[in-house]
Design a binder for this molecule. Structure first.
Ligand SMILES: Nc1ncnc2c1ncn2[C@@H]1O[C@H](COP(=O)(O)OP(=O)(O)O)[C@@H](O)[C@H]1O
Ligand SMILES: N[C@@H](CCC(=O)OP(=O)(O)O)C(=O)O
Length: 360
């Protein structure tokens, strides 16, 4: 059965683009560009998230003295990103397709204004038939405020751009139900909502990657819960992208089944903004129960036991249940002192309104 996606995000991992010795695998890049060009020409809108800046810079520059990891990242990505985007530009030009570079940082997703600004940038590119090629701006990213890796960034982009699918290309055929090195393990082809994969994932990651399979899995689950199909596949296999879309049943990969319930655009932003949370709202047992039910409910002061941290109205806050587990993220409807004052009282305005509440 052919997949009728009209807008997809494609994330290409460092290991797909780098050879064993760390040099840029231009043959692989060219093959991927050919596939993306084919899909683009058939009417699919594509947003690329490409890693590889650090890997391609590392093989270019040989520093005289030993550099610490931050200096290395900044130096290699500055040189490597220029090289990477230049290659993409030339390769896509052969197909008559324009590409544009979008370099971003985690901070650029912190407020709704910044978020919508980036969404607008990529929307206008797509409207003008330009393929956005996104990467984290490693050169200026502050270590503590970086994305875990580009898998996290690609999840955010897919969600922000309302993509129907996110395809994560790595150097492996999918998620194995054991060590990928063990001949008895095989690729899990479909993953439904709520399946625990923690036993399968090894801490090992490929030589040039940053996050490993665990971040891929966590991100894939979150994005699939927002209604987006997530596919993890091997970017080193010939014609993989075209096959995934045109012959999905015969193409080896791991597919996360998307939730059928639509998630609003603002809730998607909130879902990915947890890292910017300024405070915590702790709720009692009764409020936890209602929140876990199918009902659409807001966080009312009557169900709050205590507040931690200081926040302003419209800041992102975490929702913590009576057992101390995080159950959601929301946008505060008032500041922390107003919330504090209202705790336990009836008939007060919600501290987090349902429309701005994302339950995990
Ligand atoms: N259960 C598993 N199934 C597949 N890969 C796994 C598993 N556990 C760990 N891995 C590792 O995750 C790696 C892919 O993640 P990563 O290094 O971040 O790649 P990328 O650079 O493409 O983002 C694989 O090469 C593999 O070594
Ligand atoms: N922004 C970095 C990406 C690092 C990263 O997340 O790599 P990967 O785990 O291979 O997707 C780069 O371009 O080198």
């Amino acid at each position: 059965m052919k997949q009728e996606f009209t807008r997809i995000a494609v994330k290409v991992g460092s290991n797909v683009l780098a050879r064993r010795d760390g040099t840029l695998d231009v043959t692989r890049m060219s093959a991927l560009v050919d596939q993306i060009a084919e899909l683009h020409k058939s009417g699919v809108e594509i947003i690329m998230v490409s890693s590889g800046a650090v890997a391609s810079g590392r093989s270019e520059i040989h520093p005289q003295k030993k550099l610490d990891s931050v200096d290395q990242r900044q130096l290699f990505s500055a040189v490597g990103q220029a090289k990477l985007i230049n290659r993409y530009y030339e390769l896509f030009r052969e197909h008559g397709i324009a590409v544009g570079q979008v370099l971003t940082t985690k901070e650029n997703f912190g407020t709704r204004r910044h978020y919508l600004n980036q969404k607008n940038c990529m929307t206008v590119m797509l409207e003008n038939n330009v393929i956005p090629i996104v990467n984290e701006n490693d050169t200026i990213s502050v270590s503590e405020l970086m994305f875990t890796d580009n898998d996290e960034l690609s999840g955010l982009i897919a969600s922000m751009m309302d993509a129907q699918a996110l395809i994560i290309l790595s150097n492996i055929d999918g998620i194995y139900n054991g060590s990928p090195a063990d001949p008895n393990s095989s690729v899990i082809q479909e993953i439904g909502h709520g399946k625990d994969l923690s036993n399968y994932i090894q801490a090992t990651k490929s030589s040039f990657g940053r996050g490993g399979m665990l971040t891929k899995t966590n991100i894939a689950r979150k994005v699939a819960d927002e209604g987006i199909t997530v596919i993890i596949a091997n970017g080193k296999r010939d014609n993989i992208l075209v096959n995934l879309l045109q012959h999905p049943e015969d193409t080896l990969c791991t597919r996360f089944i998307p939730s059928k319930e639509p998630v609003s655009s603002v809730k998607k932003w909130i879902a990915h903004s947890e890292g910017f949370a300024k405070g915590e709202i702790h709720i009692n047992e009764c409020a936890t129960e209602v929140l876990n039910s199918e009902k659409a409910v807001s966080i009312l002061p009557i169900g709050i036991t205590h507040i931690e941290g200081e926040f302003e109205k419209d800041d992102i806050v975490r929702i913590i249940d009576f057992r101390g587990n995080q159950v959601g993220v929301g946008k505060a409807n008032c500041d922390s002192s107003q919330a504090q004052e209202a705790i336990g009282k009836h008939g007060k305005k919600p501290v987090v309104h349902y429309d701005y509440l994302y339950i995990e």
